[in-house]
Design a protein around this ligand. Structure first.
Ligand SMILES: C[S@@+](CC[C@H](N)C(=O)[O-])C[C@H]1O[C@@H](n2cnc3c(N)ncnc32)[C@H](O)[C@@H]1O
Length: 297
């Protein structure tokens, strides 16, 4: 691990060309990222919905104030993208229209993706509960961008039990069983019991980020996440042979990143350990009675 600029407000950690920056993202994007140097950006900012990020309350004074903050970092993200670069942008369903209108004037929006998941919390009783989050897939140049469709193929579900035959050509042949995913993605949210779980309130699934990294970057490309959180994007990019820049303002989340990306096992005299998980299982009534009888036998 190599720590640069200890006197600046930005704390930088570098390893094998990968970078973790503890910083406000606007400051880091402005001063630490070369224009045109990034091939893929995945940005998952606070959504303006009142989440608590380790003491930082995710709430702006108005929709307009939130939108204008987003426009500032989005503009810098666009500037940092290479000519063939791609960006995936997330926010809440209610805020996405503001970002969509801003971005469509500056980049090409190729897809409006829906990340769908099952509810794990309290179910809405008097309205239709939200079971998705939107993701914009944008590119700088719609005639020249990376999209490795063969790396992200999924099973094409026809509903048929046997293989369907395509009779339209000169010779009958079975229909292809693989296809490029559409714009509705199902990935379960990260749960406590999953091995990838970290102590972060809005951790994104590695499986979903893998699809994005595989499709929109090549090995050796630079992937940047300006709101790294638990550093999912960086960890996945590293596993897939990409270089990364991860920006995050909260030191406790940066510590997760340093450990998860293999930079360090301790920082400032503190050990960086994976979350300790305690599993308790409610004994079923049959187990209870078995235990009761076992004890008396
Ligand atoms: C929605 S979470 C990102 C979650 C991440 N995608 C993951 O998989 O863990 C947003 C993160 O942005 C961080 N953040 C908020 N404001 C920031 C800012 N101005 N600059 C840098 N990071 C910021 C928060 O601390 C939080 O960890």
């Amino acid at each position: 691990m190599n720590e640069l600029n200890p006197s600046s407000t930005i704390r930088e950690f570098v390893q094998d060309g990968d970078r973790i920056l503890q910083s406000d993202c606007i400051e880091a994007l402005r001063n630490q990222v070369k224009p045109g140097s990034v091939d893929l950006i995945f940005a998952d900012p606070p959504y303006n919905i009142g989440k608590n990020f380790n003491g930082m309350l995710d709430r702006w004074s108005s929709n307009e104030a939130y939108a204008s903050w987003c426009e500032e970092w989005l503009q810098l993200c666009v500037k940092s993208l290479s000519l063939t670069g791609s960006m995936y942008i997330m926010t809440s369903t209610q805020a996405m229209p503001y970002l969509d209108c801003f971005l469509r004037e500056r980049v090409e929006i190729l897809s409006r993706i829906v990340w769908h998941y099952d509810s794990s919390g309290v179910q809405a009783k008097k309205y239709y509960g939200s079971l998705y989050e939107p993701i914009l897939h944008c590119v700088k140049n719609k005639s020249n961008y990376t999209f490795n469709s063969s790396d992200i193929l999924v099973e094409a579900k026809t509903g048929a039990k046997r293989k369907l035959i395509d009779y339209r050509g000169t010779e009958p042949k079975p229909y292809k069983t693989k296809k490029v995913p559409g714009n509705v993605w199902y990935y379960p949210r990260v749960r406590y019991r999953m091995p990838e779980y970290e102590e972060h309130p809005t951790q994104k699934p590695e499986s979903m980020i893998s699809r994005i990294v595989l499709a929109s970057s090549n090995p050796g490309d630079v992937v940047m996440d300006p709101f790294s959180g638990s550093f999912t994007t960086c960890a996945v990019s590293k596993k897939l042979g990409r270089k990364f820049i991860g920006i995050e303002q909260d030191i406790d989340y940066v510590k997760i990143g340093l450990r998860r990306c293999g930079f360090a096992r301790n920082l400032d005299g503190q050990q960086l350990n994976s979350p300790v998980k305690i599993f308790t299982r409610q004994a079923s009534s049959s187990e209870n009675s078995a235990g009761l009888f076992a004890g008396k036998a």
